[in-house]
Each structure stands twice: as structure tokens, then as C-alpha cells.
Ligand binder design. Structure first.
Ligand code: NAD
Length: 329
């Protein structure tokens, strides 16, 4: 526990990195020491908007900080993170943690040796609509997740599984407390040489089954999670910030706030279905995860998405991707 602010830097200030700069600037326990981008014009333009100091090379930025956000394209995560960790800096790495599992394993090992934190930017874990499920006991039998996005060139340096589906793999692994047992997957290329649409069916050791579909060829964005379990069905719209829960109750008095159906027969006794809309507390998920990172560096909290969780999501993503490639060849 400490009271002084954490000196932090941002590496890569493109589409997403600029928001890291903005949020660090607004966190009372963070002191934004500066930014570095291989595209100096881009760094200067972000500095003009935010008053951040521009560093001309990575080494000088690392001399001025104790923690960094790495927001470069994914293919550079491993190289940049290794340099930061070797310099003894705590790292927040945007998702996916790295492009390969070997790179992740190496980073986790280095971080352990150096005694620094790795946190991964699986931002959906802090989506207020997903957080609204926290008061419920979640023990899913079946989960369906769909994520559709209109095509943009950003993120297409990796297949859709590593760009979009990995968000949902991370959500899934956080909802199911059991190891992955089997995976079936298929997909196809539409606009890039890589896989643009992917579908995976995952079975966990405890019998839970999940169906995840991701596409970067869509007219409109869709991000929906549906959780089915004994006596409860929840739908979470991550985009609209709407969570709805239907659950079987014995007595309407058990849940006076909820809208109730008429009674129905359930294995010989009378039951009701209660409809609830748990309160979704608005919040900026990026700000919350960076705040969690800074507090973790200070020893006040622990990372919500650890390097290990980022690695586990990557492992499942790589298995899905491999299966898709086998399936389409
Ligand atoms: P971007 O291309 O817009 O920005 C990347 C920036 O990094 C560019 O300004 C580039 O000049 C700079 N850069 C490249 N190599 C560098 C290096 N070695 N050192 C320093 N700077 C370097 O990309 P983006 O869309 O901002 O994505 C960045 C990362 O964030 C990717 O890993 C992506 O997967 C991830 N991302 C996560 C989310 C999320 O929801 N959590 C959303 C978008 C992007």
C-alpha cells in the first residue's frame, strides 16, 4: 500500500492508445510521464491534445516510468513487453496478450522473475452490463455469445478469432469454473486472406457447453451473451448495456420487485417466472481497467484480468483458429 501516484507511460498512441493517454491524465493516482510511438507525427499530434510529453525512444520513456500501457498492433506486443519487463516495469498489454502462445509463456516467466505485473486489456470483463450479473449465482449449462462488427482495416493483422472472438473467450472462461474439454470450430474468409467469420462449440469438463460466433463482416455491431442454467436465463447486451434475467421462483413474495408470470405447474408444484432488469451502473470500462492496473501496481488491488487469464484466452483462441484452418483445408 502506498499513497504516491504511479508514473506511467503509453507505448503506441493510435486508435486505442490515445484513450489510455486521456484516462491516465484523469486518474488521481497516476502520473502520466509521457508517450512513445514509432510514428512521431502521431505522438506529437496526441501530445498537442493532451499535454503529454513525447519521448523519442522507448528506452528514455522506460527510464521515466514504473508502469506502461502497451497499445501497439498485436504483432509487436511480445517484443515491446519483453523490453519493458526486462527493465522491471509493470505492463498493461492490450488484448490479445501476444500473437503466439510461446510469446505469452515467455512474458509470464520474465514477469515472474522480475516481480512485475502483467495485466491484459480484456475490457469486456468490466462491461457494466456483464458486471450487473454479479449478484446472481452463475452456474451455466449452456452459453451462447455472438459478436458482429462492420469491417474495418484495424485489427485485421490477426484472424477474427484473435481480434474479436478472444473477448468472448475471456468472458466465457470467467463464467465457467471448469477446464475446456473439447473444441469444435469452423470459419471462413470473406474480405481478408485470414479468417473473418468463426464459430466455435466448446465443451467444458463439468458438461457446460458454449457456442460462440464472431464476424467482422456485418452491417451493424452486435455483442450479446445468453446464459442458460437450471431455473435461470440471462441475456446481456454488451453494446446497449442491458441485462435481463428470467428465473423460476417458488413464491412471488420472494422477489417483490420483479414482474411475475401467472403460476405454472413445475414437476407437480406451482412456480412463477420472475423477470428482472438488474441495475447496470454506468461506467467507462477502459477507465475502470486502467484504474485497476494503477491500484494493482500500488498494491491496493489485484488485476481483474491477469497475464495468465490473457494467456488462457489466447490458448483457447489458438486452438479454435487451428481447428478452423484444419476444417477449411
Ligand atoms: P493502431 O494501429 O490504431 O495504433 C497502434 C499505434 O502503435 C500506431 O500509432 C503505431 O504507430 C504504433 N506502433 C507500432 N509499432 C510500435 C512500436 N514498436 N512501438 C511504439 N509504437 C508502435 O492500433 P489500435 O487499433 O489502437 O490497436 C492497438 C492494440 O489494441 C492492438 O493490440 C489491438 O488488438 C488492441 N485493441 C483492443 C481493443 C479492446 O477492445 N480492448 C480495441 C481496439 C484495439
Amino acid at each position: 500500500m502506498r499513497n504516491d501516484s504511479v508514473k506511467v507511460g503509453v507505448i503506441g498512441v493510435g486508435h486505442l492508445g490515445q484513450h489510455h493517454v486521456k484516462h491516465y491524465g484523469g486518474l488521481s493516482n497516476a502520473d502520466l510521464a509521457g508517450i512513445y510511438d514509432t510514428d512521431t507525427d502521431r505522438a506529437v499530434s496526441i501530445a498537442k491534445q493532451t499535454n503529454a510529453r513525447v519521448f523519442q525512444d522507448l528506452d528514455s520513456l522506460l527510464d521515466a516510468v514504473e508502469a506502461v500501457s502497451i497499445v501497439t498492433p498485436t504483432r509487436f506486443h511480445a517484443e515491446v513487453a519483453e523490453k519493458c519487463i526486462r527493465a522491471g516495469k509493470h505492463v498493461f498489454i492490450e488484448k490479445p496478450i501476444t500473437k503466439t502462445l510461446e510469446e505469452s509463456d515467455k512474458l509470464l516467466l520474465f514477469a515472474k522473475e522480475k516481480g512485475v505485473l502483467i495485466q491484459v486489456g480484456h475490457i469486456e470483463r468490466l462491461n457494466p452490463a456483464l458486471l450487473a450479473l454479479q449478484p446472481y449465482t452463475i452456474n451455466p449449462k449452456f452459453i451462447e455469445i455472438q459478436r458482429l462488427a462492420p469491417y474495418t482495416a484495424r485489427g485485421t493483422d490477426v484472424p477474427v478469432v484473435l481480434d474479436l472472438m478472444i473477448h468472448d473467450i475471456d468472458i466465457l472462461l470467467s463464467l465457467v469454473d471448469s477446464p475446456v474439454k473439447t473444441i469444435r470450430a469452423t470459419g471462413l474468409s470473406i474480405l481478408t486472406d485470414s479468417v473473418d467469420i468463426a464459430h466455435a462449440r466448446i465443451r467444458f469438463g463439468n458438461g457446460t457447453v458454449a457456442s460462440i460466433m464472431s464476424s467482422r463482416v456485418a452491417k451493424n455491431k452486435v455483442r450479446k451473451v445468453k446464459v442458460f442454467q437450471r431455473d435461470l436465463y440471462a441475456t446481456i447486451d454488451l453494446l446497449l448495456g442491458l441485462t435481463e434475467v428470467y428465473k423460476v421462483v417458488n413464491d412471488p413474495k420472494d422477489d417483490p420487485e420483479a414482474i411475475m408470470t401467472a403460476p405454472f405447474d413445475y414437476n407437480g408444484s406451482e412456480r412463477f417466472i420472475a423477470y428482472e432488469k438488474p441495475a447496470v451502473t454506468p461506467g467507462d470500462a477502459l477507465r475502470m481497467e486502467l484504474d485497476n492496473f494503477i491500484k494493482s501496481v500500488q498494491g491496493e488491488e489485484t488485476p481483474i484480468v491477469t497475464g495468465k487469464a490473457g494467456r488462457d484466452a489466447l490458448k483457447v483462441a489458438m486452438d479454435i483458429q487451428r481447428m478452423i484452418i484444419q476444417d477449411i483445408h
